[in-house]
Design a protein around this ligand. Structure first.
Ligand code: C2E
Ligand code: MG
Ligand code: MG
Ligand code: MG
Length: 284
């Protein structure tokens, strides 16, 4: 124990570790203040397109945070801190409300859906399904226009009871037309088991598979994932498409939907409105 205490003390005074702890604490404080003050956050939207026509089929809502000094902080950095501190529940509810509000008009004019990332902490809240349904009612967005993205890691530390509770919540939402997507598919642990455990509709194939899809061997792997999705009646969506070569491979493999910098980057709601205005509206 004495040895352990000594090591902890040594860690505490390692300047680099100390700097990391301080940065983490500062970020946690900034996030808390921003959530309380209702400022510093914004939701951007990235189109998900039909690879054959290039038309926008959906948009993914992506949270943005600007620190008080004006610096943009990546969600890769602040989302884990928001999860640890529990702030993600209030923050996630805010993103959902914002996304449903913005998407209502886009759904009415262009028939597009909105996909929202949901963290494990939110899913483990017993009120989660009620809250989502209340948000849909308040904003007027039809359930069929909402997709919730969850990652496989959601269930890694969950007990059997928790997993069943999460499945029940998702099933309840699905009964209202809401679709469930597995995000970053292929990067988690027991990927295949989740497909059986959770009620899902969409498989978002991680960028890691997509980036090398022009390579012959990688293409075979990607094709297997697309076929797996199809055999389970799941809609495959390719993430992180950056080149025309990758897009051509997706068309050839008949992976119908894709998202990536090649098509469009995440953008504020106003920019997305302008982007959609260049497309035909849904025939009334
Ligand atoms: P994600 O849900 O997998 O979102 C896709 C990420 O890939 C986004 O990063 C997007 O900007 C990026 N991306 C899209 N196309 C390309 C491409 O062609 N190339 C490359 N290199 N990247 C591309 P972003 O916005 O930085 O978000 C990172 C992650 O943060 C998200 O990954 C998601 O896990 C998390 N996140 C973002 N917003 C939320 C939120 O509202 N709630 C929760 N719980 N997590 C969020
Ligand atoms: Mg996502
Ligand atoms: Mg993803
Ligand atoms: Mg990702």
């Amino acid at each position: 124990a004495a040895k352990e205490a000594g090591r902890n003390r040594a860690e505490r005074y390692d300047p680099r570790l100390r700097a990391a702890h301080v940065a983490h604490a500062v970020l946690a404080d900034q996030l808390r203040a921003a959530v309380d003050g209702g400022s510093g956050f914004a939701v951007h939207y990235q189109p998900v397109v039909d690879v054959h026509t290039g038309r926008v089929a959906a948009v993914e809502a992506l949270l943005r945070f600007t620190a008080p000094d004006g610096a943009a902080v990546s969600p890769v950095r602040f989302v884990p801190v928001a999860e640890e501190t529990g702030l993600i529940c209030r923050l996630g509810a805010w993103v959902l409300e914002r996304a449903c509000t913005d998407a209502r008009a886009w759904h009415a004019s262009h028939g597009i859906s909105v996909t929202v990332n949901v963290s494990g902490r939110q899913l483990r809240d017993p009120r989660f399904a009620d809250d989502v349904l209340a948000t849909l009612k308040r904003t007027g967005l039809p359930g069929a226009a909402l997709v919730l993205e969850i990652t496989e890691t959601v269930l890694v530390t969950a007990t059997v009871e928790e997993t069943e509770a999460v499945s029940r919540r998702l099933a309840r939402l699905r009964a209202h037309g809401v679709r469930i997507a597995i995000d970053d598919f292929g990067t988690g642990y027991s990927s295949l088991a989740y497909l059986r455990t959770l009620p899902i509709d969409v498989l978002k194939i991680d960028r890691a598979f997509v980036s090398r899809v022009a390579d012959r061997q990688e293409k075979a792997l990607f094709r297997a994932v697309v076929e797996l999705a199809r055999s389970m009646y799941l809609q495959p969506v390719a993430e992180g498409v950056e080149t025309g070569e990758q897009a051509a491979a997706l068309r050839e493999l008949d992976c119908g939907f894709a998202q990536g910098f090649l098509f469009a980057r995440p953008m504020p709601a106003d920019a997305l409105r302008a982007h959609l205005a260049t497309q035909l509206t849904v025939a009334a």
